[in-house]
Design a protein around this ligand. Structure first.
Ligand SMILES: [Zn+2]
Length: 379
């Protein structure tokens, strides 16, 4: 058995590996974790889904249909650094005032490190005869769950799971789900002409603007969900034309829709298409469903019970604002109860000078361990 790494040092080692997506390059990071987990008695597969891009699947325990393991999952890719200059080295893992700095520290290399260390801290002999644990560390999450989707195309590799914990940043508060995301790319086409003779052209920017104005007034007409709230829509980017003295023949914009479990993404797209009356053509760029677990489920209640002493109070039933790989993994596993729970702080995700708090990181290892104890009957 190789020694179990310290969770802070493991987080720093993961931050040092550039997994900015695009392009991702998650393979080396997955291989590094694979070696550590193999040393901890895990059966590990690093599965490449594109050149230099991998998922890691690590199992310990019975892992069968009659004794479903618990799945802990996270993504090893990060978002780009952004336009603002950083005041720290984004790959340095610098420690200052009880925080670890670096791209991906909060979202979500701290969560990955904590899951790996918590699982390795358990007596591997005891885990071997229990239902067990499956760790799924994906690539390509930030661009729409690409790694998780590739993994779910291989049911044998995916295996079984009876419950899912997603280690995205929640400051160690358990969240019972999140909205779905439907991202649409809207294109308007016109006819170009000299800017002094607009009557000879068809202005694509005008058509795009008409459509954007309508999107701002779009209503979903669905009652809010008790826990997850109402759907939302936002235009996040617009572009059109090439210079001031031409009639633009092309304009495009992107629509970000966040949905609730009672909505159907195909219906929303069809509805929006007819509502925009031919001013734009829509293409789907990301389509991931939401996830919501019944908070009365005995396992969810047990997780809340176990976390209460660590947080000092019983957490309220809440959901995350962002989407996660659970959009893909949870349905692929037959919709087991799922929680989002990780040491990072959601407010720091994707930010310049991103950091993760060390005390929350150590606490998350304890929380993941007690969840494993409960699921695998190790107490
Ligand atoms: Zn994330």
């Amino acid at each position: 058995m190789t020694p179990i790494p310290d969770v802070v040092e493991l987080t720093r080692a993961l931050i040092a590996m550039d997994t900015i997506n695009p392009p991702g390059n998650e393979h080396d990071c997955c291989s590094y974790l694979a070696e550590i987990l193999e040393g901890g008695g895990f059966d590990v597969t690093v599965s490449e889904f594109a050149d230099g891009r991998s998922n890691l699947i690590a199992r310990i325990g019975r892992q069968d249909e009659d004794a479903l393991p618990i799945c802990f999952t996270g993504h090893v890719d990060t978002v780009p650094l952004g336009n603002e200059p950083w005041t720290v080295d984004p790959f340095g893992g610098e420690i200052r005032d009880g925080k670890i700095y670096g791209r991906g520290s909060t979202d979500m290399k701290a969560g990955i490190a904590a899951m790996a260390v918590a699982a390795m801290n358990k007596e591997s002999a005891a885990l071997t005869t229990s239902p067990g644990v499956v760790l799924i560390f994906t690539g390509g999450e930030e661009t729409g769950c690409d790694g998780a989707k590739a993994l779910c195309n291989d049911p044998e590799l995916l295996g079984y799971s009876g419950a899912v914990v997603v280690g995205e940043p929640t400051s160690n508060m358990p969240l019972v789900g999140h909205k779905g995301a439907l991202w649409l790319h809207a294109i308007s086409r016109g006819v170009t002409a000299h800017g002094s003779t607009p009557e000879l052209g068809v202005n694509a920017v005008y058509a795009a603007c008409r459509a954007v104005g309508k999107v701002a007034d779009f209503g979903f007409n669905v009652p809010p969900h008790d826990v997850i709230g109402s759907p939302s829509i936002n235009v996040g980017r617009i572009q059109g034309g090439i210079n001031v003295n031409s009639v633009p023949d092309h304009a495009e914009f992107d629509i970000d829709i966040r949905t609730i479990p009672t909505q159907d993404h195909k219906e929303i797209r069809a509805h929006l298409e007819s509502y925009l009356e031919g001013d734009v053509e829509l293409q789907t760029s990301v389509d991931v469903d939401g996830v919501i677990s019944d908070d009365a489920h005995p396992w969810i209640q047990d997780v809340f019970d176990r976390i209460t002493p660590h947080l000092g109070a019983r957490p309220d039933v809440k959901t995350a604002k962002y989407f996660t790989d659970a959009s893909v993994l949870t349905p692929a596993y037959g919709n087991p109860p799922t929680i989002i729970l990780g040491p990072g702080d959601a407010a720091m995700a994707h930010k310049t000078d991103e950091y993760s708090e060390i005390d929350k990181l150590y606490k998350s290892v304890e929380i993941y361990e007690t969840i494993i104890d409960g699921w695998c009957g190790l107490e």
